[in-house]
Design a protein around this ligand. Structure first.
Ligand code: NAP
Length: 472
């Protein structure tokens, strides 16, 4: 990182946020204070096209504007600069890839009334047919997940002058968000987990070394136990690939509230949540995504931004994605636990006719009644003759070598998706392959749910083959 202004920090700093949050004015002040260029992407678009942004919207529509905007973003210099972006830039995953790379993205926020007052003074053509207040509320709500994904740092500009906001951002860039005592508490917390010594050393350096980069942020997997999780390997490889200043580790502790307190204290960007916390975490976050996570009753992803912790479920998307071509199929779901709930939600979302079979039929009944499925005991499999079998029991998970179904119970026209992924080729998958069935490995679920998590954390769309390469 260079240093053009005393001991002020310097790097490529990107400002995101809704119209009227102060990106241009604050950006110009930061640029002057840091003595680095100021770039406004809307201005670049106007210079490139010879037309005003409102004219492009009016004459060619939003889609064309977004295409030009994407071209401009890909050509931004990699050098130190303050870059002010358009309000909708965060919704495009390619933009987010370019804007996050070797940069610090500062999300500017303001309350709706403040934004409305500012926009009334400086009118721009509306983006919808709604009255201004409603338009702001609707668009902010629609884009909120993407704004949060863009944010390395947040600054609320509602009650501050542009100069005050710029001073606040400079202080954050210099020292980071968490205090020395919070970082020392976190250091003690991580020492109690089972993090390998060499990785613990890295983490302690990031947390407490005097010459550490205050902008390196920590994320991790919350579970007990979770030392076996593939997520640290995958996410750290993705951070290196996309040039993100983040470090992913294990938040392994029997007390979930302690994990959440530490994550908040050190301004963690997010957590992947695994057993046994997927249900309990719902009570500890500020908001839960209202559709999937609420219906499934489990959260496996928490995104922290602007002082808010939002819970999501991406497990169901990990089941849904590999089955997208099987809409309307007749499916049997084996198991009625936590992952089975996400799987049932995914299968019903694909309009499948679903029967849940479980060791304890009463548990199958409870789950089936929530999602409108048929149910029964495991011994009822043979009468159903499904197109698709999804295994959501732990049978076959190392060191268990049992299969929930024998080869002679399978038909060659069946698709068999085993959600167990340790080992990748389970006894059930072996039996299905021997029978000539189409098979889908549990690693596919892991890959797809992890891609969705990465999108929630950073707004970047990782190609599945990249994830496959990094988990291999
Ligand atoms: P869970 O909540 O403990 O539920 C386990 C389910 O399996 C219950 O319905 C249980 O039946 C049944 N079951 C347990 N032992 C059994 C046995 N010996 N024979 C027959 N049925 C048995 O577990 P979960 O969180 O849903 O996880 C299930 C599996 O999903 C895990 O073991 C893991 O391998 C896999 N998983 C995969 C991914 C991925 O990304 N691919 C992610 C998470 C989990 P009862 O109701 O009778 O107890």
């Amino acid at each position: 990182m260079g240093d053009a202004c005393g001991d002020e920090p310097m790097r490529r700093i990107v400002l995101t946020g809704f119209r009227g949050t102060g990106k241009t004015r604050i950006g110009r002040i930061l640029s002057a204070r840091l003595n680095i260029p100021f770039i406004d992407t809307d201005e670049l678009i106007e210079n490139r096209t010879g037309r005003s942004v409102p004219d492009i919207f009016h004459e060619e529509g939003e889609e064309r504007f977004r295409t030009i905007e994407r071209e401009v973003i890909t050509m931004l210099p990699a050098a130190d600069a303050i870059i002010s972006t358009g309000g909708g830039v965060v919704c495009d995953p390619k933009n987010m890839e370019y804007l996050h790379r070797d940069s610090t993205v500062v999300l500017l926020t303001a309350d709706i009334d403040t934004i409305e007052q500012r926009l009334v003074q400086k009118p721009r053509p509306p983006l919808t047919t709604l009255p201004l207040h409603e338009e702001i509320a609707t668009l902010m709500d629609r884009r909120r997940q993407n704004y949060y994904a863009s944010a390395d740092l947040c600054a609320d500009t509602s009650d501050t002058s542009p100069v005050q906001a710029a001073e606040h951002i400079l202080a954050l860039l210099k020292s980071g968000v968490s205090t020395v005592s919070q970082r020392n508490t976190a250091r003690a917390f991580f020492r109690t987990g089972r993090i390998p010594p060499v990785l613990l050393k890295n983490l302690e350096y990031i947390l407490t070394a005097p010459d550490r980069d205050p902008l390196t942020r920590i994320m991790g997997v919350a579970g007990y136990p979770c030392a076996h999780s593939m997520s640290p390997k995958l996410f750290n490889a993705l951070f290196a690939h996309y040039h993100l200043n983040y470090y992913y580790t294990w938040f392994e502790d029997p007390e979930l509230d302690e994990i959440i307190d530490i994550a908040r204290a050190i301004d963690a960007k997010g957590l992947s949540v695994t057993i046994p916390f997927k249900q309990d975490v719902i009570d500890l976050v500020d908001e839960v995504e209202e559709h999937a996570a609420r219906s499934i009753g489990a959260v496996n992803t928490v995104v922290f931004a602007c002082g808010t912790a939002v819970g999501y479920n991406t497990d169901w998307l990990g089941v849904r994605k590999p089955l997208i071509s099987m809409k309307g199929a007749k499916a049997v779901l084996l198991g009625a636990g936590g992952v089975a709930a996400a799987a049932a939600y995914a299968l019903k979302d694909l309009d499948m006719e679903v029967t849940i079979l479980n060791r304890t039929p009463g548990n199958a009944q409870k789950l089936a009644e929530r999602f409108g499925c048929a149910w029964g005991g495991l011994d009822e499999f043979d009468r159903i003759r499904p197109d698709l079998v999804v295994n959501a029991t732990p049978l076959g998970m190392q060191p268990d070598t049992r299969s929930p179904l024998k080869e002679d119970q399978l038909q060659e026209n069946m698709t068999v998706f085993d959600l167990v992924y340790t080992p990748p080729v389970t006894p059930l998958i072996e039996a299905a392959q021997a029978k000539g069935c189409r098979t889908i490995l549990g690693t596919e679920m892991f890959i797809e749910q992890a891609r969705e998590q990465f999108y929630l954390f950073f707004g970047i769309d990782v190609p599945p083959e990249k994830v496959r390469e990094f988990v291999a």
